[in-house]
Unconditional design. Structure first.
Lengths: 410, 522
C-alpha cells in the first residue's frame, strides 16, 4: 500500500496539472478515437485462410483414376470434386495420411490412408492413395466392389506425424516397410527425388510373395535416376525368390546392419502390427536412442486378447453403452474385444475420428461411468484427461457397462 | 460428416457462453456455481483455447503458459488462487517457478546476462547489485506500482465508476501515471537506463515496446510477479482447464465441444438466441462471447443490420495485438546435462524494445524470445533422462499473410532452426543433437485451433489510450447490444491468463446482476 501521509511519495511525469489533465482525458479521448474510426466491417482474414488451406476440416474428393498395382493392391487417384466447395487440395508433408470417410452399407466409418503421391502432385491437382485388399478386412472388400472412377469421397485434411523433420532426424533415413506400409515411403522417395527433402532413403521392404511387391518398377526407376539418394532392398519371406538382389526371410538385425550404419541413421517404420512386433525386437538389439526410431501409427489393435494385461475373463462379453451426443441419448451394445469407436460407428453415432490409433485425440470423449481398457501402446491421452476421465474411444475397449458423452462432428 | 437432426439441441438457457478459453471457462464456472442455467459452446474438442497441452511421443507439451502472475503462495493468495481454491474448489495442483527470469542480451555492445529473483526486496537488491545506485528509483517504481494495484482493485469494486475525490486522495500517483508509457514514467522516476533494461524484462508478455505500453498495466504486472511469484500447473494448462470442465459439469452447467456458433440472433438491439452450424437452436437473452469483438461483430451477429455502427468503429479503432510462434522440443538429455539451470529465459538482441517489436513485423528470425524449461519447475513433467523446452516468439500476424501453403513447412522449419541456434548461442547449451520430438506452432496453428481472428493470442494493444484504465472506466458504455458481454484477452483487463479469467468473472457478475434484477432467478 502507499506510504503513510507524512512521507507520501508524489511522482510527477510532466507537471502535476498536465498529468491529472491527461488522466481526465483518457476516457473522452478513447471515445473520440472510436467515433472517428471507419465503420466498415472486416471481411478478410488471411491467416485463417492459410490455416484452412493447410488444415481443411473436410475435403470433398472424387476418384479420377484407378490403377491395379498388384493382384491385391490398387492405386486411387483422387481429385477435388468439382461439384463441391473443395477447389484445391491441401498441401501436406510426405508421410502424412488422409482420414477417409466411407459409407459401408449405411454405416459411416473412417480409415486413415497414407498419401502415396508427392507434394508437388498437389499443385497438379491430385493425391494418390494405394490400398491393399485385406483377406479379412470387410472395408477393403467393400472398396474393391464399390469404388469406381467418379465415386465421391469425403476426407480430412492431411494428418499425422510420420514425416522427415530435418531438425530432428538424421539425413540418412532407413525406411522399414511391410506390405502396404510402403505407401508413405513412396511419397517420401518422390519428394527426395524431386529435391523437396534433403535426405538419403534406404528402404527395406518386406513382402511375402514377389507378386505382392507394390511399386516395384517405380522404385527401381527412382533408384536408377538417383542412386546416391534412393535405394530399395526387397526382403521376401517366401520360399522361391527369382528377383535379383533380394534378401530372403525377414527384416532382421543382420539385414539392417548390412544396408546402413545404424548409428548414423534415423529409422522410419510402417507396416502391419506383426511387422512392428518383429522389427522392434531386431532394432532393440542396437540399443538406439528413442529419437532414432519413428513409427507410423498402425490403426486399431487387431487382436486385443493377445495383450497379456487385457482382462481375459470378460472376453467376448457384450456390454451396454449409454451414449449422450448433442441432444440425443441412446443405449447401444458393445463387445469387449472391439474398440468403443467401432461400436459407435455400428450404431451410426460416430464421433469425429482420424488416426484410429489413440494418437490424434479427435475422438476424445467423456467417460461418465464404467470402465474401459486402454493398452499402453496406444495410450496417448493427456495426463489431465486420465485424471478427469476423458478417453479416446478408438483406443479403448469397454470392460463394463459404460455411460459416456461424445462430441458431434463439426 | 453431417450430424443427424436427432442429435440437435433445442433448449433455452439463461446464458450461453461462446468459447471455452480462459475467459469463457471462468465465466461459465462462476454462473454455473450460482445456479444459473448456462451452456458453454466450444468449436474445438478441448477446453482452454491456447491454454491446453498436446502429446508427442513421450512428451506432453504445455501450449502457451509460462507462468501465472496472479496465483501466489498459500500464505499470500492471488486472485486466481482464491478463485481456484476458495471459490470454485478446482481440483488442480500448482508449483512455483524458481526464479523471475534470466535475461540475456546478445548484442556485443549490450551484453548482459542476469537472473532476477522473486520477492520485491530481493528484486530491488539484485538490481542494485547489477546497477549500483538504482535502488532508490526502483523502490519508487514498486511503491507507485503498489498504489496502482490498489487503485485497480478500487476501480473494479466500483464497477468502473470510481469517486474522483477518493482517487485524488488515495491514488494520486495512479492518476498521474495513468496516461503515460513505461518509458515516460521510468525516466521521470529517474531509473538508470541499465536498470530499466533489466526491470523491463517482462515487457514481451504485454507485447508492446516500452515507449508504447501503458505504465500502470506494466507496473501492476511486474509487482504481482515479484510479490506472488510465478506459478504453473503440474500437468500443463490442460490440467486446470479440464478441472474447470469437470467443475462446470458438477455445478450443473452444460458444455458442448466440437460445436461452432453460427449466429448470435439479435432482435431490436437485444440478444434473443444462438444457433450453431449443425443446427442447434438456443433461446437466451444473454451471451458472453469469449471470441473477440472482431469475430463477434463481423461474423456472428445476425442479422448484420443489428450490428450498430459504433461496434464496427470500436473494432476498427483498436489495434489488435500479436500472435506467436513456438518451437516445442522434447530432448533426450536432462536440463542439468544440457546446462539449462533456469526455468525462464528472456533472450533479446538488445532491450531496444521498438527494434525487437519491429523484428516481429517481418518474416525474419525474431530478435526477442521467451523460453521455458519446464523441468526446472516440474521435474517429473517428462520421463527420466529427458526434458522439455519451449521457445516462444511473437509476430504481427500481417507478416504471415502472404505465406503460401507450399512454402509454409520449409519456412517454419527455417525460423525454428534460427531460434534454436539463437537459444544455443545465448545459453551455451547444445540442444539440436538431443531433439527427440519437435513441434512448431505458427500464427496459422493458433488460427487453426482457436479460430481467433488472424490467430491472435494477445488481445488489443494496451497503449495508454486503450489500456486498462480507460477500458475499465468505460464499463457499461461499451455494451452495444443488450445482453452481449465479452470475456477474455480482448476485453477490459487486457490479455494474459490471469487477466482473461478475472475478466470472465466480471462479465459473469454483470450478467448475473441483470438476471437477478429481472427477478428471473433467485
Amino acid at each position: 500500500m502507499s506510504k503513510k501521509n507524512d512521507e507520501k511519495l508524489e511522482v510527477t511525469i510532466k507537471s502535476n496539472t498536465k498529468d491529472l489533465f491527461a488522466f481526465t482525458k483518457l476516457v473522452p479521448n478513447r471515445m473520440k478515437r472510436i467515433e472517428r474510426a471507419p465503420s466498415e466491417p472486416i471481411t478478410k482474414d488471411p491467416i485463417n485462410d492459410l490455416a484452412r488451406k493447410l488444415h481443411p476440416e473436410k475435403q470433398f474428393l472424387i476418384i479420377d483414376d484407378i490403377k491395379e498395382e498388384t493382384k491385391s493392391t490398387k492405386t486411387f487417384k483422387i481429385v477435388p470434386d468439382p461439384e463441391s466447395t473443395t477447389k484445391e487440395l491441401s498441401y501436406f508433408r510426405p508421410g502424412q495420411y488422409l482420414s477417409l470417410k466411407v459409407d459401408v452399407n449405411g454405416v459411416r466409418i473412417t480409415r486413415p490412408y497414407s498419401i502415396a503421391s508427392s507434394p508437388t502432385d498437389v499443385t497438379k491437382g491430385f493425391y494418390e492413395i494405394s490400398i491393399k485388399k485385406e483377406e479379412n478386412g470387410f472395408l477393403t472388400h467393400y472398396l474393391w466392389d464399390n469404388w469406381k472412377v467418379g465415386t465421391k469421397i469425403e476426407s480430412s485434411g492431411p494428418e499425422g506425424f510420420f514425416f522427415f523433420e530435418r531438425l530432428r532426424d538424421l539425413k540418412n533415413i532407413v525406411g522399414i516397410a511391410g506390405g502396404s506400409g510402403i505407401t508413405p515411403f513412396r511419397s517420401i522417395a518422390k519428394a527426395i527425388d524431386e529435391c523437396q527433402i534433403d535426405a538419403r532413403l534406404t528402404l527395406l521392404y518386406g513382402s511375402s510373395e514377389e507378386d505382392d511387391i507394390i511399386f516395384y518398377d517405380e522404385f527401381k526407376e527412382m533408384e536408377k535416376n538417383n542412386p546416391a539418394k534412393i535405394k530399395i532392398v526387397h526382403v521376401l519371406s517366401c520360399e522361391e525368390v527369382s528377383l535379383e538382389g533380394c534378401e530372403k526371410g525377414f527384416i532382421t538385425k543382420e539385414i539392417i546392419e548390412k544396408y546402413c550404419d545404424v548409428n548414423s541413421t534415423t529409422f522410419f517404420i510402417c507396416g502391419p502390427q506383426v511387422m512392428y512386433d518383429f522389427v522392434e525386437k531386431e532394432l532393440n538389439k542396437f540399443n538406439l536412442p528413442i529419437k532414432r526410431i519413428r513409427r507410423e501409427a498402425f490403426g486399431e489393435i487387431k487382436n486385443i486378447l493377445k495383450h497379456p494385461d487385457f482382462p481375459k475373463e470378460i472376453a467376448e462379453k457384450t456390454f451396454k453403452l449409454k451414449i449422450h451426443i448433442g441432444g440425443l441419448s441412446k443405449e447401444i451394445p458393445a463387445m469387449s474385444t472391439e474398440s468403443v469407436l467401432v461400436a459407435l460407428e455400428r450404431a451410426n453415432l460416430a464421433p469425429p475420428s482420424k488416426c484410429r490409433s489413440g494418437e490424434c485425440g479427435f475422438c476424445r470423449s467423456l467417460l461418465i461411468s464404467g470402465k474401459v481398457y486402454v493398452n499402453p501402446i496406444s495410450d496417448w491421452r493427456r495426463s489431465a484427461d486420465k485424471k478427469f476421465n476423458y478417453f479416446h474411444p478408438c483406443a479403448s475397449y469397454p470392460i463394463s457397462d459404460i455411460e459416456m458423452k461424445i462430441p458431434r462432428n463439426l | 460428416m453431417r450430424n443427424k437432426k436427432e442429435q440437435n439441441i433445442e433448449e433455452s438457457f439463461d446464458v450461453v457462453v461462446i468459447g471455452a478459453g480462459n475467459g469463457g471457462l471462468a465465466a461459465t464456472a462462476f454462473l454455473a456455481q450460482k445456479g444459473i442455467k448456462v451452456l458453454m459452446i466450444e468449436q474445438h474438442n478441448l477446453p482452454g483455447g491456447v491454454a491446453t497441452s498436446f502429446v508427442r511421443g513421450r512428451f506432453e507439451f504445455e501450449t502457451s503458459l509460462h507462468e501465472l502472475a496472479s496465483y501466489g503462495p498459500k500464505t499470500n493468495k492471488g486472485s486466481i488462487r482464491t478463485m481456484f481454491e476458495d471459490k470454485l474448489q478446482l481440483d488442480t495442483e500448482f508449483v512455483q517457478v524458481p526464479e523471475a527470469y534470466r535475461l540475456i542480451l546478445t548484442d556485443p555492445d549490450e551484453k548482459l546476462d542476469v537472473t532476477m529473483p522473486f520477492g520485491v526486496d530481493n528484486f530491488i537488491e539484485a538490481l542494485e547489485k547489477e546497477v549500483p545506485g538504482s535502488k532508490e528509483s526502483v523502490t519508487k517504481f514498486f511503491d507507485v506500482a503498489q498504489e496502482i494495484s490498489a487503485a485497480f482493485s478500487y476501480i473494479g469494486s466500483t464497477k468502473g465508476k470510481p469517486d474522483q475525490g477518493v482517487l485524488m486522495k488515495e491514488y494520486s500517483n495512479f492518476l498521474k501515471t495513468a496516461a503515460y508509457s513505461v518509458q515516460e514514467v521510468e525516466d521521470a522516476l529517474g531509473i538508470p537506463k541499465q536498470a530499466q533494461k533489466i526491470l523491463n524484462g517482462y515487457w514481451a508478455y504485454l507485447g508492446l515496446p516500452e515507449s508504447r505500453v501503458n505504465f500502470t498495466l506494466f507496473a501492476a504486472m511486474v509487482l504481482q510477479y515479484a510479490e506472488l511469484g510465478g506459478w504453473i500447473p503440474t500437468n500443463r494448462s490442460h490440467g486446470f482447464t479440464t478441472a474447470f470442465d469437470a467443475k462446470i459439469r458438477e455445478f450443473g452447467g452444460r458444455i458442448e465441444y466440437n460445436t461452432r456458433v453460427d449466429k448470435i440472433i439479435v432482435e431490436n438491439g437485444m440478444v434473443i438466441g444462438v444457433e450453431t452450424t449443425n443446427g442447434d437452436k438456443f433461446k437466451t437473452n444473454y451471451v458472453i462471447s469469449n471470441a473477440s469483438p472482431i469475430l463477434t461483430y463481423n461474423k456472428l451477429i445476425y442479422p448484420k443490420s443489428e450490428v450498430p455502427e459504433i461496434a464496427y468503429k470500436d473494432v476498427n479503432a483498436r489495434i489488435h495485438g500479436l500472435t506467436g510462434f513456438v518451437v516445442y522440443v522434447g530432448l533426450d538429455a536432462t536440463a542439468k546435462e544440457l546446462g539449462l539451470t533456469e526455468y525462464g529465459y528472456f533472450i533479446m538482441n538488445n532491450m531496444n524494445t521498438e527494434d525487437v517489436y519491429d523484428s516481429w513485423t517481418t518474416l525474419q528470425a525474431p530478435k526477442g524470445l521467451a523460453c521455458v524449461v519446464l523441468n526446472n519447475a516440474v521435474p517429473d513433467c517428462s520421463p527420466p533422462g529427458t526434458c522439455m523446452l519451449d521457445i516462444t516468439t511473437l509476430y504481427r500476424a500481417e507478416a504471415w499473410e502472404e505465406v503460401k501453403p507450399e512454402d509454409y513447412y520449409d519456412l517454419k522449419t527455417k525460423i525454428a532452426e534460427d531460434l534454436l541456434i539463437n537459444f544455443e548461442k545465448a545459453t551455451g547449451s547444445s540442444i539440436r543433437n538431443h531433439i527427440e520430438e519437435i513441434e512448431i506452432a505458427t500464427p496459422a496453428t493458433f488460427a487453426r485451433y482457436t479460430r481467433h481472428y488472424k490467430g491472435i493470442f494477445y488481445g488489443y494493444e494496451p497503449e495508454s489510450w486503450d489500456s486498462l484504465v480507460p477500458r475499465l472506466m468505460s464499463m457499461g458504455k461499451d455494451v452495444y447490444i443488450k445482453g452481449l458481454e465479452f470475456a477474455g484477452g480482448f476485453n477490459r483487463r487486457a490479455h494474459g491468463y490471469s487477466s482473461a479469467m478475472n475478466d470472465g468473472v466480471i462479465s459473469a457478475q454483470l450478467i448475473l446482476g441483470k438476471i437477478l434484477e429481472e427477478g428471473g432467478k433467485a
